[in-house]
Design a binder for this molecule. Sequence first.
Ligand code: SF4
Length: 366
Amino acid sequence: MKYLSEYRDAALSQELLHDIKSIVTKPWTLMEVCGGQTHSLVKNGILKMLPEQITMVHGPGCPVCVTPIHIIDEAIELSQKLNVIMCSFGDMLRVPGTKISLLEAKANGADVRMVYSPLEAVKIARENPDKEVVFFAVGFETTAPANALSVVQAAKQNVKNYSILTSHVLVPPAMEAILSDPETTVNAFLAAGHVCTIMGYNEYDPIAEKYKVPIVVTGFEPIDLLQGIYMAVKQLENGEAKVENQYIRYVQREGNTHARQAIDEVFAVSDREWRGIGTIPKSGWEVNEAYRHYDARRKFNLVEEISEDNTTCIAGEIMKGKKKPFDCPHFGKDCTPEKPLGSPMVSSEGACAAYYHFSQAEALPS
Ligand code: SF4
């Protein structure tokens, strides 16, 4: 299978591991930004195979994990309005708000629907002109183009009963926030390949230069990750700090210009609160003035209320690369995918879920 099996080749993996071991002379901490990369690293046993000098820490790249609890509460509140149909991807339905999840709101009678695309939500709006249809638009630069497109389509089709509740977050400002923390141990980043497929990687040059960190745009298969780690370690060992692209089969320096145009058409950059991390300046997107009719917050006059987060969950420390899931006293005991205490255990991209599903049984607490 072209572009899949060759990136899972065991012999090539061993060669790359050998290459990494042959160049590493000092301890280095690398952060993979994306939760999908975390899952691949854990699932394929790569963390255990790396030389002991290399520590991989897990970044904030899980959209469900970084969505603030008060925005989940906003979605639940909206879903409980009589004339509203709330649409969302499956993961978001299960994440607990302050009191209940969207799934529990559905069980209590709210019209909550799981969709596979925001365009499906526009279709639901067309078919239900007497209802207000809201799409819960969370995620990174990867989901933003489709969400923007749904707004453009709704406007073109004169669908007035559609809006989006946004919690869009941007990767480069989060990387800067992590590097600005005086306690950070991160020496280099594996940047998320799919984010760069959309946005390109021009934005990373000033970050690599300012903080003197290598940034390697990296894919998600074992060979991608091992090659990305090799490229980052090679730079570190050589005293370099530049942006390199491992994921050349998908990522161009300029990204996908059509997708970026759709984003620019509908969204404006804003400050954004990240769950467990706090507010990061200019790290989010909101619906802009031109499309204000499609902004659920304005349409329903929602007032953001900061909710108390679960203080027993150390998700923020994990997403900043300061701790690992096994460091959490709740891991595998009172926090499991069936009964999660925090969003990294709920989400299919969460670091805690990755460790729970793929780590060997003996590593789990008894
Ligand atoms: S194991 Fe559960 S409580 Fe601990 S950090 Fe992960 S999600 Fe939070």
